[in-house]
Design a protein around this ligand. Structure first.
Ligand code: ADP
Length: 185
């Protein structure tokens, strides 16, 4: 299965992603994790990305697209993968479509984890990551609304979108995820 996982910051994507990769044995491709690893390794790309991440802004499309293109070429992606945090803009989604068309391996499903904005702010403020300061959180939520939410219509038009209610216990939400994925794949 080739899955795209979309949801606002604080929706609980990381928790559900961990359960999904364990249950469905797919590779986990988290662009947030990849960028943080690049930053910690003090690579040139990492240093550049860090400036955007600390400000709560999206890293430029081309940087992310190059990272993902390289990662998708890894043999472990043949068993399927979960794209977590990518694509986040229409330009990224179009680049992904082009890559997958070339490989002849289209997406199986796009999962949206939906959580009302009021709940997100409270969850993020309790987390303590460097980019979880209140004004940075606000900017990340705005970036989601403006740049990422348009992807929902994009994928809905392609018949790929499945929306999951992200309120409830971890297990309740994972049951909803499984119901969708078991139907798909
Ligand atoms: P969250 O979803 O909680 O905001 P992530 O770990 O997915 O956190 O991403 C952290 C930061 O990394 C984002 O705020 C953004 O700056 C950058 N980032 C991650 N993925 C992308 C992407 N696909 N496009 C642009 N920037 C990205």
């Amino acid at each position: 299965m080739r899955i795209v996982f979309i949801g606002p910051p604080g929706a609980g994507k990381g928790t559900q992603a961990a359960k999904m990769i364990e249950t469905y044995q797919v590779a986990h491709l988290s662009t947030g994790d990849m960028l943080r690893a690049a930053r910690d390794a003090k690579t040139e790309v990492g240093a550049k990305a860090d400036r955007y991440m600390s400000a709560g802004e999206l890293v430029p499309d081309q940087i992310i697209i190059d990272i993902i293109a390289e990662r998708l070429a890894n043999p472990d992606c043949r068993k399927g993968y979960l794209l977590d945090g990518f694509p986040r803009t229409i330009a990224q989604a179009e680049a992904l479509d082009a890559m997958l068309a070339k490989k002849g391996a289209p997406l199986s499903v796009v999962l949206e984890l939906r959580v009302p904005e009021e709940a997100l702010f409270t969850r993020l403020s309790g987390r303590g990551r460097a980019d979880d300061a209140p004004d940075v959180i606000r900017r990340r939520l705005v970036a989601y609304r403006k740049q990422t939410e348009p992807l929902l219509a994009y994928y809905n038009q392609k018949g790929l979108l499945q929306t999951i209610d992200g309120l409830g216990t971890v297990e309740e939400i994972f049951d909803r995820v499984k119901t969708v994925l078991d139907r798909v794949g």
